[in-house]
Design a binder for this molecule. Structure first.
Ligand SMILES: Cc1ncc(COP(=O)(O)O)c(C=O)c1O
Length: 349
C-alpha cells in the first residue's frame, strides 16, 4: 500500500506507525508575519512540528531508533523492563515503542520539578515513575543523579537502560530522519537552525547532517537562564550531565527565561501552531539571536545570496496540553479572557 495514503496494516501496523522512516514527513510551517518580528527584514522562520508524530513529541524519533537498534543487535533478548531518566517524553515514547518490540514494563526516574500533568501522563501510559531529588551540583557519576540510578538499574539482567544522554542512536535518529526531512523540505535553502538543549540529541543530529550539506549554516543552541524552569530543556549547570560533545555542534548559545517561553508558545498556539513551552523557548532563542544580528547590522552575513532571504528552522518538541496549568502560573491574568459567571462552576480545582 502506498505510504502517501498513510495507511498502516497487518501484524506490524502499529510498529510501522511508530517508525519515523515510514511516516509522511512531519510538517514544516512558516510563521505568519504576526509571529515574526523580522518579516520586514526578509527573514523567514519555519517551525518543524515534531508534535505531529503519532506519539505527539520529538522523543518518538530517538526512542524508536534506540529500541530498534538494540533489537537489531540482539540486546533485547530476555529484557522485561526499560529504565530511563526522563522528563516524561522520552520515557513515554520508550514505553510505547518498547511494547512493540516485546518489552512490556517501563520505569522512569523523574525530577522533582516534573509537572503534575506530565506525571499523570506517565501513569496513563503505564510508566512507573520514581521521583528523584537531583543533587544541587549534579555530575554524570553522582550516585544521587537520576541518570546514574537509571544506569545502575539497567545493569540488572532483566532490565535495560537506553541511556539517552550518551546513546549515539539518539542524535543519529535526528540525523537520519529529522534533518534529512528539513533538508528536503527547504530544498537546501536554510541559513539558521535553532533548537533547545535537552539531551542535545536534536541539535547534534541536525547540526551534523545539515552542516555536512551546507557548512555555512549557523546552529543556535538554546539553554535555560539560571533558575528558570522550562520542561525538557536544561540550564548550563544541568547540561554538565550530558555525555555528548554538543559544544562542537553549536555556533551560538542563547539563554532564555521561563515567562518568554510560555508566552511565545501561547502566541503560536493561538495562531494554529499548537506547541508547548520548549517550542516557545526555541523561538525566543532564535528571535534573540536575530535581534542581536540585526543590532550589529550583521543579518546579511547569514542571508542567502540568491534569494536574499534568511531562512530559519526550529523544531517544536511537544504540545502545550501536559503543561496547561503552568501557563496560568508563569503568565499573568492579562493573557487570558475572564470566565463569566465563574461562581456557578461545579468543578474547580
Ligand atoms: C519537551 C522537550 N523539549 C525539548 C527537548 C530537548 O530535545 P533534546 O533532548 O533532543 O535536546 C526535550 C527532550 O526531552 C523535550 O522533552
Amino acid at each position: 500500500m502506498a505510504n502517501h495514503l498513510n495507511v498502516f496494516e497487518g501484524p506490524a501496523a502499529v510498529r510501522d506507525l511508530l517508525d519515523p522512516g515510514r511516516l509522511p514527513y512531519l510538517p514544516l510551517v512558516e510563521l505568519p508575519a504576526e509571529l515574526n518580528p523580522f518579516a520586514g527584514d526578509k527573514v523567514r522562520i519555519f517551525a518543524k512540528l515534531m508534535t505531529l508524530s503519532p506519539l505527539g513529541n520529538v522523543k518518538a524519533v530517538p526512542a524508536f531508533n534506540m529500541i530498534a537498534e538494540m533489537h537489531r543487535r540482539g540486546e533485547l533478548a530476555g529484557v522485561r523492563r526499560i529504565v530511563e531518566n526522563s522528563s516524561g517524553n522520552t520515557v513515554s515514547s520508550l514505553a510505547l515503542v518498547g511494547r512493540q518490540f516485546g518489552v512490556d514494563e517501563t520505569k522512569s526516574y523523574v525530577s522533582a520539578e516534573i509537572s503534575w500533568h506530565k506525571l499523570l501522563m506517565l501513569l496513563f501510559f503505564g510508566v512507573e515513575p520514581m521521583v528523584n531529588v537531583e543533587p544541587a551540583n549534579p555530575s554524570e557519576t553522582d550516585p544521587e543523579s537520576g541518570i546514574y540510578k537509571a544506569k545502575k538499574d539497567g545493569e540488572s539482567e532483566e532490565a535495560l537502560n537506553p541511556g539517552q544522554y550518551d546513546n549515539e542512536d539518539n542524535p543519529k535518529a535526528h540525523e537520519k530522519w529529522t534533518a534529512q526531512q528539513i533538508w528536503e523540505q527547504t530544498g537546501g535553502d536554510i541559513n539558521i537552525f535553532c533548537a533547545g538543549l535537552g539531551t542535545t540529541g536534536t541539535v547534534i543530529g541536525n547540526s551534523r547532517f545539515l552542516k555536512g550539506k551546507k557548512p555555512s549554516l549557523r546552529v543556535v543552541g538554546v539553554m535555560r537562564a539560571p533558575d528558570n524552569y522550562v520542561p525538557g530543556v536544561r540550564t548550563e549547570k544541568l547540561l554538565k550531565l550530558i555525555g555528548f560533545d554538543w559544544h562542537k555542534h553549536v555556533d551560538v548559545i542563547e539563554r532564555i527565561e521561563t515567562a518568554d517561553s510560555y508566552r511565545l508558545s501561547l502566541d503560536m498556539s493561538r495562531r494554529g501552531i499548537i506547541v508547548g513551552p520548549s517550542s516557545g523557548f526555541a523561538l525566543a532563542g532564535l528571535l534573540q539571536y536575530l535581534g542581536d544580528l540585526k543590532g550589529k547590522n550583521a543579518l546579511d552575513e547569514v542571508r542567502d545570496e540568491e534569494s536574499g532571504d534568511v531562512v530559519c528552522v526550529f523544531p517544536c518538541p511537544d504540545g502545550p496540553m501536559p503543561y496547561l496549568d503552568e501557563y496560568f502560573k508563569y503568565l499573568d491574568g492579562s493573557h487570558f479572557p475572564p470566565i463569566r459567571n465563574e461562581a456557578a462552576l461545579l468543578n474547580r480545582p
